[in-house]
Design a protein around this ligand. Structure first.
Ligand SMILES: NC(=O)c1ccc[n+]([C@@H]2O[C@H](COP(=O)([O-])OP(=O)(O)OC[C@H]3O[C@@H](n4cnc5c(N)ncnc54)[C@H](OP(=O)(O)O)[C@@H]3O)[C@@H](O)[C@H]2O)c1
Length: 278
Protein backbone atom coordinates (compact mmCIF):
# COMPACT_ATOMS: atom_id res chain seq x y z
CA UNK A 1 0.00 0.00 0.00
CA UNK A 2 1.34 3.42 -0.90
CA UNK A 3 2.13 5.55 2.13
CA UNK A 4 -0.49 8.22 2.71
CA UNK A 5 0.95 11.19 4.57
CA UNK A 6 -2.44 11.95 6.12
CA UNK A 7 -2.58 8.52 7.74
CA UNK A 8 -1.92 8.52 11.49
CA UNK A 9 1.12 6.53 12.43
CA UNK A 10 0.94 4.58 15.69
CA UNK A 11 3.45 5.81 18.24
CA UNK A 12 6.19 3.22 18.95
CA UNK A 13 6.47 1.85 22.52
CA UNK A 14 9.89 3.46 22.83
CA UNK A 15 11.03 6.94 21.85
CA UNK A 16 14.72 7.68 21.59
CA UNK A 17 15.36 10.94 23.47
CA UNK A 18 17.88 13.36 22.02
CA UNK A 19 18.44 15.83 24.87
CA UNK A 20 21.90 16.78 26.20
CA UNK A 21 23.91 15.16 23.40
CA UNK A 22 25.30 18.32 21.83
CA UNK A 23 27.86 17.49 19.10
CA UNK A 24 27.20 13.76 19.60
CA UNK A 25 23.52 14.15 18.70
CA UNK A 26 23.82 13.12 15.05
CA UNK A 27 26.02 10.07 15.73
CA UNK A 28 23.99 8.81 18.70
CA UNK A 29 20.63 9.35 17.00
CA UNK A 30 21.90 7.52 13.93
CA UNK A 31 23.15 4.67 16.13
CA UNK A 32 19.74 4.51 17.82
CA UNK A 33 18.01 4.29 14.44
CA UNK A 34 20.41 1.57 13.35
CA UNK A 35 19.76 -0.29 16.61
CA UNK A 36 16.03 -0.30 15.78
CA UNK A 37 14.41 2.75 17.39
CA UNK A 38 11.73 4.22 15.14
CA UNK A 39 10.43 7.00 17.39
CA UNK A 40 12.48 10.14 17.99
CA UNK A 41 11.84 12.83 20.60
CA UNK A 42 13.53 16.20 20.27
CA UNK A 43 12.80 19.91 20.85
CA UNK A 44 13.53 23.21 19.16
CA UNK A 45 15.30 24.33 22.31
CA UNK A 46 19.01 24.73 21.63
CA UNK A 47 19.73 25.01 25.34
CA UNK A 48 19.13 21.26 25.83
CA UNK A 49 18.75 19.82 22.31
CA UNK A 50 20.55 20.00 18.98
CA UNK A 51 17.61 19.49 16.65
CA UNK A 52 19.66 20.07 13.50
CA UNK A 53 21.92 17.20 14.61
CA UNK A 54 18.83 14.97 14.79
CA UNK A 55 18.06 16.03 11.21
CA UNK A 56 21.57 15.07 10.15
CA UNK A 57 21.03 11.60 11.62
CA UNK A 58 17.74 11.30 9.73
CA UNK A 59 19.52 12.07 6.46
CA UNK A 60 22.14 9.42 7.18
CA UNK A 61 19.42 6.93 8.10
CA UNK A 62 17.60 7.65 4.84
CA UNK A 63 20.78 6.72 2.96
CA UNK A 64 20.72 3.42 4.87
CA UNK A 65 17.14 2.60 3.92
CA UNK A 66 15.31 4.08 6.94
CA UNK A 67 12.94 6.64 5.42
CA UNK A 68 10.72 9.34 6.85
CA UNK A 69 7.66 7.10 6.48
CA UNK A 70 9.30 4.56 8.82
CA UNK A 71 9.65 7.08 11.62
CA UNK A 72 7.58 8.76 14.29
CA UNK A 73 9.03 12.25 14.76
CA UNK A 74 8.13 14.42 17.71
CA UNK A 75 9.44 17.87 18.59
CA UNK A 76 8.41 20.63 20.96
CA UNK A 77 7.65 24.32 21.19
CA UNK A 78 9.40 25.94 24.17
CA UNK A 79 8.40 29.29 25.66
CA UNK A 80 11.00 32.07 25.89
CA UNK A 81 11.60 31.37 29.60
CA UNK A 82 12.90 27.89 28.74
CA UNK A 83 15.25 29.04 25.97
CA UNK A 84 18.72 30.55 25.97
CA UNK A 85 19.89 33.23 23.52
CA UNK A 86 19.73 30.77 20.56
CA UNK A 87 16.04 31.33 19.88
CA UNK A 88 14.11 29.58 17.12
CA UNK A 89 11.73 32.53 16.82
CA UNK A 90 11.45 36.30 17.17
CA UNK A 91 11.39 37.10 20.88
CA UNK A 92 9.09 40.08 20.27
CA UNK A 93 6.54 38.25 18.11
CA UNK A 94 3.15 37.22 19.55
CA UNK A 95 3.11 33.64 20.85
CA UNK A 96 1.00 32.43 17.91
CA UNK A 97 3.76 33.51 15.54
CA UNK A 98 6.48 32.11 17.79
CA UNK A 99 4.79 28.71 17.62
CA UNK A 100 4.58 28.94 13.82
CA UNK A 101 8.21 30.11 13.49
CA UNK A 102 9.47 27.40 15.82
CA UNK A 103 7.65 24.70 13.86
CA UNK A 104 8.94 26.05 10.54
CA UNK A 105 12.53 25.84 11.80
CA UNK A 106 11.92 22.36 13.19
CA UNK A 107 10.73 21.17 9.79
CA UNK A 108 13.90 22.61 8.24
CA UNK A 109 16.12 21.04 10.90
CA UNK A 110 14.44 17.66 10.49
CA UNK A 111 14.23 17.74 6.67
CA UNK A 112 10.55 16.94 6.65
CA UNK A 113 7.27 18.61 5.75
CA UNK A 114 5.22 17.19 8.61
CA UNK A 115 5.56 16.03 12.20
CA UNK A 116 3.89 13.09 13.85
CA UNK A 117 3.65 14.97 17.11
CA UNK A 118 4.20 18.57 18.25
CA UNK A 119 4.35 19.10 22.00
CA UNK A 120 4.08 22.18 24.20
CA UNK A 121 7.23 21.79 26.30
CA UNK A 122 5.49 22.93 29.45
CA UNK A 123 2.84 25.34 30.69
CA UNK A 124 4.08 28.86 31.46
CA UNK A 125 3.60 28.44 35.23
CA UNK A 126 3.58 25.58 37.67
CA UNK A 127 -0.08 26.07 38.60
CA UNK A 128 -3.02 26.52 36.27
CA UNK A 129 -3.12 27.43 32.60
CA UNK A 130 -2.70 31.05 31.62
CA UNK A 131 -3.24 33.21 28.54
CA UNK A 132 0.14 32.29 27.05
CA UNK A 133 -0.66 28.59 27.36
CA UNK A 134 -4.02 29.02 25.65
CA UNK A 135 -2.52 31.09 22.86
CA UNK A 136 0.18 28.45 22.26
CA UNK A 137 -2.38 25.63 22.40
CA UNK A 138 -4.69 27.39 19.94
CA UNK A 139 -1.75 27.97 17.56
CA UNK A 140 -0.81 24.29 17.83
CA UNK A 141 -4.43 23.29 17.25
CA UNK A 142 -4.44 25.31 14.02
CA UNK A 143 -1.27 23.55 12.91
CA UNK A 144 -2.92 20.22 13.58
CA UNK A 145 -5.98 21.29 11.60
CA UNK A 146 -3.76 22.34 8.69
CA UNK A 147 -2.26 18.81 8.64
CA UNK A 148 1.37 19.88 9.07
CA UNK A 149 1.39 18.21 12.47
CA UNK A 150 -0.57 15.01 13.03
CA UNK A 151 -1.04 15.17 16.77
CA UNK A 152 -0.43 17.68 19.53
CA UNK A 153 0.63 17.12 23.10
CA UNK A 154 1.70 18.70 26.35
CA UNK A 155 4.68 18.08 28.62
CA UNK A 156 5.58 18.73 32.26
CA UNK A 157 1.96 18.99 33.27
CA UNK A 158 0.15 18.48 36.58
CA UNK A 159 -3.12 16.59 36.88
CA UNK A 160 -4.90 19.91 37.55
CA UNK A 161 -3.48 21.54 34.43
CA UNK A 162 -4.32 18.54 32.29
CA UNK A 163 -7.87 18.48 33.65
CA UNK A 164 -8.20 22.19 32.80
CA UNK A 165 -6.92 21.61 29.28
CA UNK A 166 -9.20 18.67 28.46
CA UNK A 167 -12.20 20.48 29.94
CA UNK A 168 -11.72 23.63 27.87
CA UNK A 169 -9.68 22.95 24.74
CA UNK A 170 -11.36 22.62 21.33
CA UNK A 171 -8.85 19.91 20.52
CA UNK A 172 -7.57 17.78 23.42
CA UNK A 173 -3.98 16.53 23.58
CA UNK A 174 -3.11 13.16 22.08
CA UNK A 175 0.05 12.90 24.22
CA UNK A 176 1.30 13.87 27.65
CA UNK A 177 5.04 13.66 28.29
CA UNK A 178 6.06 13.77 31.96
CA UNK A 179 8.93 12.99 34.28
CA UNK A 180 7.67 9.83 35.88
CA UNK A 181 8.33 9.50 39.62
CA UNK A 182 7.86 6.14 41.33
CA UNK A 183 7.21 8.08 44.54
CA UNK A 184 4.05 9.50 42.91
CA UNK A 185 2.81 6.03 41.99
CA UNK A 186 4.62 6.42 38.67
CA UNK A 187 2.61 9.63 38.02
CA UNK A 188 -0.61 7.76 38.84
CA UNK A 189 -2.98 10.79 38.82
CA UNK A 190 -1.85 12.10 35.44
CA UNK A 191 -1.86 8.60 33.94
CA UNK A 192 -5.40 8.01 35.20
CA UNK A 193 -6.58 11.21 33.53
CA UNK A 194 -4.81 10.19 30.34
CA UNK A 195 -6.54 6.81 30.39
CA UNK A 196 -9.94 8.49 30.83
CA UNK A 197 -9.38 10.87 27.92
CA UNK A 198 -7.70 8.58 25.43
CA UNK A 199 -4.35 10.36 25.80
CA UNK A 200 -1.15 8.35 25.44
CA UNK A 201 1.25 8.90 28.33
CA UNK A 202 4.97 9.22 27.56
CA UNK A 203 7.28 8.75 30.57
CA UNK A 204 10.80 10.13 30.84
CA UNK A 205 13.50 9.86 33.53
CA UNK A 206 12.07 6.44 34.32
CA UNK A 207 15.53 5.31 35.47
CA UNK A 208 17.19 8.51 36.61
CA UNK A 209 14.31 9.89 38.73
CA UNK A 210 13.83 6.57 40.52
CA UNK A 211 17.27 5.22 41.36
CA UNK A 212 16.51 4.68 45.04
CA UNK A 213 13.22 2.86 44.40
CA UNK A 214 14.49 0.55 41.68
CA UNK A 215 17.55 -0.49 43.67
CA UNK A 216 15.54 -1.94 46.54
CA UNK A 217 16.50 -5.59 47.26
CA UNK A 218 12.99 -6.86 46.41
CA UNK A 219 13.12 -5.16 43.00
CA UNK A 220 16.59 -6.51 42.28
CA UNK A 221 15.33 -9.98 43.25
CA UNK A 222 12.37 -9.63 40.88
CA UNK A 223 14.69 -8.62 38.02
CA UNK A 224 16.93 -11.62 38.75
CA UNK A 225 13.97 -14.01 38.87
CA UNK A 226 12.69 -12.69 35.51
CA UNK A 227 16.23 -12.65 34.08
CA UNK A 228 15.91 -8.99 33.18
CA UNK A 229 18.26 -6.09 33.70
CA UNK A 230 16.86 -3.38 36.01
CA UNK A 231 16.28 -1.01 33.04
CA UNK A 232 14.41 -3.79 31.20
CA UNK A 233 12.28 -4.37 34.30
CA UNK A 234 11.43 -0.66 34.56
CA UNK A 235 10.64 -0.28 30.86
CA UNK A 236 8.69 -3.57 30.92
CA UNK A 237 6.59 -2.19 33.79
CA UNK A 238 6.05 1.05 31.87
CA UNK A 239 4.78 -0.87 28.82
CA UNK A 240 2.55 -3.09 30.91
CA UNK A 241 0.70 -0.07 32.32
CA UNK A 242 0.31 1.44 28.84
CA UNK A 243 3.11 4.01 28.81
CA UNK A 244 5.34 4.96 25.95
CA UNK A 245 8.88 5.00 27.42
CA UNK A 246 11.69 7.38 26.58
CA UNK A 247 15.34 6.47 26.78
CA UNK A 248 18.22 8.71 25.86
CA UNK A 249 21.01 6.23 26.45
CA UNK A 250 24.35 7.03 24.81
CA UNK A 251 25.47 3.41 24.87
CA UNK A 252 24.89 1.15 21.84
CA UNK A 253 24.77 -1.82 24.21
CA UNK A 254 22.04 -0.18 26.31
CA UNK A 255 20.14 0.73 23.13
CA UNK A 256 19.97 -2.95 22.18
CA UNK A 257 19.21 -4.01 25.75
CA UNK A 258 16.36 -1.49 26.06
CA UNK A 259 14.77 -2.56 22.78
CA UNK A 260 14.47 -6.11 24.15
CA UNK A 261 12.19 -4.92 26.98
CA UNK A 262 8.70 -6.45 26.86
CA UNK A 263 5.57 -5.75 28.94
CA UNK A 264 5.60 -7.60 32.28
CA UNK A 265 2.71 -9.90 33.03
CA UNK A 266 0.06 -8.44 35.34
CA UNK A 267 1.28 -10.15 38.53
CA UNK A 268 4.91 -9.11 38.02
CA UNK A 269 3.85 -5.56 37.17
CA UNK A 270 1.82 -5.40 40.37
CA UNK A 271 4.72 -6.77 42.44
CA UNK A 272 7.07 -4.24 40.87
CA UNK A 273 4.64 -1.40 41.57
CA UNK A 274 4.18 -2.44 45.21
CA UNK A 275 7.91 -2.55 45.91
CA UNK A 276 8.75 0.67 44.08
CA UNK A 277 5.93 2.85 45.41
CA UNK A 278 6.07 1.90 49.11
N1 LIG B 1 9.78 17.11 28.14
C1 LIG B 1 10.82 17.38 28.91
O1 LIG B 1 10.88 18.42 29.59
C2 LIG B 1 11.95 16.40 28.98
C3 LIG B 1 12.87 16.47 30.04
C4 LIG B 1 13.88 15.52 30.10
C5 LIG B 1 13.98 14.55 29.12
N2 LIG B 1 13.10 14.52 28.08
C6 LIG B 1 13.25 13.53 27.00
O2 LIG B 1 13.46 12.25 27.54
C7 LIG B 1 14.68 11.72 27.01
C8 LIG B 1 15.28 10.74 27.99
O3 LIG B 1 15.72 11.44 29.13
P1 LIG B 1 15.75 10.73 30.57
O4 LIG B 1 15.68 11.81 31.57
O5 LIG B 1 14.73 9.62 30.58
O6 LIG B 1 17.13 10.06 30.79
P2 LIG B 1 18.37 9.80 29.86
O7 LIG B 1 18.93 11.10 29.45
O8 LIG B 1 17.99 8.79 28.87
O9 LIG B 1 19.36 9.15 30.90
C9 LIG B 1 19.30 7.78 31.19
C10 LIG B 1 20.51 7.47 32.07
O10 LIG B 1 20.42 6.13 32.51
C11 LIG B 1 21.63 5.45 32.13
N3 LIG B 1 21.41 4.04 31.80
C12 LIG B 1 22.04 3.01 32.34
N4 LIG B 1 21.64 1.85 31.84
C13 LIG B 1 20.74 2.13 30.92
C14 LIG B 1 19.96 1.36 30.06
N5 LIG B 1 20.04 0.04 29.94
N6 LIG B 1 19.11 1.99 29.27
C15 LIG B 1 18.98 3.33 29.31
N7 LIG B 1 19.71 4.13 30.11
C16 LIG B 1 20.59 3.52 30.91
C17 LIG B 1 22.13 6.19 30.92
O11 LIG B 1 23.50 5.96 30.80
P3 LIG B 1 24.11 5.45 29.38
O12 LIG B 1 24.01 6.62 28.46
O13 LIG B 1 25.47 5.06 29.74
O14 LIG B 1 23.24 4.31 28.93
C18 LIG B 1 21.79 7.64 31.28
O15 LIG B 1 22.77 8.18 32.11
C19 LIG B 1 15.52 12.96 26.71
O16 LIG B 1 16.55 12.72 25.82
C20 LIG B 1 14.46 13.86 26.15
O17 LIG B 1 14.20 13.52 24.80
C21 LIG B 1 12.08 15.41 28.01
Amino acid sequence: MAYNRRMLKPIPDFLYGTAWKEERTADLTFQALQAGFRGIDTANQRRHYHEAGVGEALMRARDHGIGREDLFLQTKFTFLAGQDHRLPYDRHAPITQQVQQSLKRSLLHLHTDYLDSFVLHGPMYRHGLHDADWEAWDAMTQLKQSGVVRQIGLSNVSAGQLQELVANADVPPSYVQNRCFAALGWDRDVRALCANHDIKYQGFSLLTANLREIQRPQVIELAERLRLSLPQLVFGYAFSVGMVALTGTSSPQHMREDLLAKPLDATDAETFEIWTTK
